[in-house]
Design a protein around this ligand. Sequence first.
Ligand code: SF4
Ligand code: ZN
Ligand code: ZN
Length: 331
Amino acid sequence: MPYRCSRCDKQAITNIKYARLRLCREHLTTYIEKKVESILRKYKVLETTRRIVLAVSGGKDSMAMTWVLWRLSQRYPIKLLVTNIDLGIDGYSRRSSEIVRKYSQELGIDYIIVKLEDLLAYNIKSLSRLARRSTCSMCGVVKRYLLNLIALESKADYVALGHNLDDILAYSLKSFLSGDYISLVKFTPITKSIDGIAVGRLRPFYKVYEKEALLLALTNKVPFIVDECPLRPESSIEFRIKSFLNSIEEEKPGIKIQWINNLEKSLRDMQRNLDVGENLRVYKCSYCGLLSKSSICSFCNTTKRVLGRPLGAELRETIKRIIMVKNSPFI
Ligand code: SF4
Ligand code: ZN
Ligand code: ZN
């Protein structure tokens, strides 16, 4: 039997059990937009930020995030730069980049699409094979490095990631289970920039359930690539953790939002007590000068080992040129 929206007379399209709300399309959109706006305002992002680089893969989360931030950019003085990295994965990367390009044009947002093969002469599959690393871990190194470079060179205040509430709980639980407690500290809605070497991260969907991000995209006709990356492992740890968390949420609606609220609070207290210089040692890579966990960053280390020389500094020059040639009004 169709139900009425809890906030108007229209028919509800979803039942948000943990909030005891049945919402129509319009009120679902407002509900999610408010969640995003409130987390960004809480950390004073909308008042103090000028430039945000958006990491957009073409999937539902990053595309829905693009739409929400674009709407916020109509009301706040923030400039957006959509960034997509074409990893050269069979037809998948080309299709994803195309969706990102078309949608950025449709919304009138500046965008940059960089092709890994143009930059390094290898796609992600060949690079990881040469480096003898799993494709996903190599992919993580390359994406993090490129996003940071693009954000630094375009003088952005933040890189916005499309991670939703379910992703963050799964990543943080995985870090906890593997004993990597130091990494836990980064799963906050916002991390700060480190002058000249790393641009801070934003997670605007920190309190948005995966299901809500999907509904937001579908009901607002936000295009996205439906198929998963073909290189994704069949049953990743994150996937199993998510299924486990979903089964608990089914029994106890709201447990996930309660956990993410607790995580946010505990990490904020931890961050306050941590002296970054002492406890989380920050290094500058001796080749490229960017943030590193030791004297050489993972990117320079891998390219030196696999391709014969560390390529970070060269890549930085290339990215600088791409941004200059594009002559984006973002800059
Ligand atoms: Fe990269 Fe792995 Fe994600 Fe594919 S599944 S985009 S290879 S991290
Ligand atoms: Zn309504
Ligand atoms: Zn380096």
